[in-house]
Design a protein around this ligand. Structure first.
Ligand SMILES: Cc1cc2nc3c(=O)[nH]c(=O)nc-3n(C[C@H](O)[C@H](O)[C@H](O)COP(=O)(O)OP(=O)(O)OC[C@H]3O[C@@H](n4cnc5c(N)ncnc54)[C@H](O)[C@@H]3O)c2cc1C
Length: 406
C-alpha cells in the first residue's frame, strides 16, 4: 500500500488529508504530522465568557463552491452561520474619525473620504482596461483610479486581508482575478456557530487515527513514505525540502486582541462590522472588528465583543511587543474612537510573529523558481497559504487541486 505523509496540520494540511481520504479511501495509507498539541495552525476559537475569540480568520466568503462542498463532506453544513446584514456597514478611519465606506451611489457622492475630483477619477477608472498587473497594488490602483483611492480605500482593504504594504504587494499575485471579465458569484461572509475552530475540531475528530500531534518534523530522512506533502509555513519547508528560495517569502506579524466590553461602558456604541485604518494614519492598529455585530452568537446582549488587529508589514516591531503592551495599545484605540467610561474589559491576546505571507513584488519570480525546483524533487509537494492564495477558501481549493494532480 502506498504511504503518504503530510507535514503540518493547518487548514491546508487538513484539507489535503480530507481529499486524499475521499479520493483514495483505503487504497493509500496517509498520516498527518503536526508539531503543536492541536491541529488548526492559525485557525483556533476559544470561548471567553460566552464570546468566541478567533485567533485567526473570523470567516470566509461563500463564493467558492469547493469550500461549501468540503463543509458538506464533513457533515458540518448545519453549523454554518451567515454574517448579519447590519455588518455590511464598514468604516474607514481618516484623520482619527470614522467614515462610512460608501456601498451605494448616494453614500458614494456624500462621502468625505474622496473629493469630487477624486470621485470622478474613480468612476473613470472603472472603464480603464489593459493596465499592467505586473506592478505593485499601489501603482496599479493609483494608475487606474487615482492616488487618493489607492491610499484611502485600497490600502485599508489590503490591510484587512494581508496586513501588508500596498507599495510592496504584487497586483497580479495578490489579486489574480481583479480586472478579468468573469464575474464572481455574489458572496456572503460566513462562519460556524462555535467559530472557525469548530470545523478544525470536526476534521480532527473525523481523521483522528491518521493524525499525529506534538511531533515536529526536523528531517525528511525521519519519514518513511512514498510521497511527502509539506503544508508548513514557507520558512519551515525551506529547511525540510532544502529550498532556500522559500526563505525569501516575507511574513508580516499580526497581533489580535479580543475584548469583551459592557455596552454601558461605551460613550459611542460601536456600529456595523467595524473599521479599517489606512497606513497613512500612521497607527500600529490595522483595524477593529465588532465581532458581536457580525455574528449573532453571543450569550450576553449587554456586551460587545470586538477584535483589534495590529502590526502588519508597516509595523514589524509589533512582533516583540509584550501581551501587556498589546492590551494597552488596543484599549487606547477603542477609547480614542468609541470613548470608554471605565476599563471593564476582559481581554484575550494572540500574537503571530510570522502571521501572513506577503505576495510581494518579487513573488512571480519566486513562484516560478519554486515550480522549477519542485520538478526536480520526486514525490515531494508543497501546499500552504504562501502558494496561490492566502485565504481559507484558497487553502481548501489548492489542497483539492493538489490531490487531484497526484
Ligand atoms: C490573524 C489572521 C487573520 C486571518 N483572517 C482571515 C480571514 O478572516 N479569512 C480568511 O480567509 N483568511 C484569514 N487569514 C488567513 C488564513 O487563516 C491562513 O492563510 C490559513 O489559515 C493558513 O493555513 P495553512 O494551513 O496554509 O498554514 P498554517 O495555519 O500556518 O498551518 C501550518 C501548520 O504547520 C505546522 N508545522 C510547522 N512546522 C512544522 C513541523 N516542522 N512539523 C510538523 N508541523 C509543523 C504548524 O504548527 C501549523 O499547524 C488570517 C490569518 C491570520 C494570521
Amino acid at each position: 500500500m502506498k504511504k503518504i505523509i503530510i507535514i503540518g496540520g493547518g487548514i491546508s494540511g487538513l484539507a489535503v488529508l480530507h481529499y486524499i481520504k475521499k479520493r483514495y479511501q483505503e487504497t493509500v495509507e496517509v498520516t498527518l504530522i503536526e508539531k503543536n498539541s492541536d491541529v488548526g495552525g492559525t485557525i483556533a476559537s476559544f470561548e471567553s465568557q460566552g464570546s468566541i475569540f478567533e485567533t485567526g480568520p473570523n470567516g470566509f466568503l461563500t463564493n467558492q463552491p469547493n469550500t461549501l462542498e468540503f463543509i458538506k463532506d464533513l457533515g458540518f453544513l448545519d453549523q454554518l452561520i451567515e454574517a448579519n446584514e447590519d455588518s455590511k456597514r464598514r468604516y474607514i478611519q481618516m484623520n482619527g474619525k470614522l467614515h462610512l465606506l460608501p456601498m451605494d451611489p448616494v453614500n458614494f457622492f456624500k462621502t468625505p473620504l474622496l473629493s469630487a475630483t477624486e470621485k470622478i477619477r474613480l468612476i473613470q477608472g472603472l472603464f480603464k482596461k489593459n493596465i499592467s498587473k505586473d506592478q505593485s497594488v499601489y501603482d496599479y490602483t493609483a494608475e487606474r483610479f487615482g492616488p487618493a483611492v489607492a491610499s484611502r480605500l485600497v490600502d485599508p482593504f489590503l490591510t484587512g486581508i494581508y496586513a501588508g504594504d500596498i507599495k510592496r504587494l504584487h497586483m497580479g499575485a495578490a489579486f489574480p482575478k481583479m480586472g478579468t471579465p468573469k464575474g464572481q458569484p455574489k458572496a456572503k461572509m460566513c462562519s460556524f456557530v462555535n467559530g472557525m475552530g469548530s470545523l478544525i475540531g470536526q476534521l480532527a475528530l473525523k481523521y483522528k487515527s491518521s493524525i499525529q500531534i506534538g511531533v515536529e518534523v526536523k528531517d525528511l530522512a525521519e519519514l518513511k513514505a512514498d510521497t511527502i506533502i509539506c503544508a508548513t509555513p514557507a520558512y519551515v519547508a525551506a529547511e525540510l525540502f532544502g529550498m532556500p528560495i522559500l526563505q525569501d517569502i516575507y511574513y508580516s506579524p499580526v497581533a489580535v486582541v479580543g475584548m469583551l466590553i459592557k455596552k454601558d461602558s461605551f460613550k459611542r456604541l460601536p456600529d456595523g462590522f467595524g473599521y479599517l485604518i489606512p497606513s497613512g494614519e500612521g497607527k500600529e492598529v490595522l483595524g477593529v472588528l465588532i465581532e458581536s455585530n457580525v455574528y449573532t452568537r453571543q450569550t450576553s446582549k449587554d456586551q460587545i465583543f470586538l477584535r483589534v488587529m495590529m502590526g502588519g508589514a508597516h509595523h514589524p516591531g509589533i512582533a516583540s511587543y509584550t501581551k501587556e503592551q498589546l492590551q494597552v495599545l488596543a484599549l487606547k484605540e477603542i477609547d480614542e474612537i468609541y470613548g470608554l467610561k471605565e476599563d471593564s474589559s476582559s481581554i484575550s491576546v494572540k500574537l503571530w510573529t510570522k502571521g501572513i505571507p506577503q505576495y510581494e513584488l518579487d513573488y512571480p519570480a519566486i513562484r516560478q523558481a519554486i515550480t522549477e525546483e519542485l520538478k526536480k524533487k520526486q514525490n515531494l509537494f508543497l501546499c500552504a497559504n504562501y502558494l496561490d492564495g492566502i485565504s481559507f477558501n484558497d487553502c481548501i481549493k489548492n489542497a483539492k487541486e493538489l490531490v487531484d494532480s497526484l
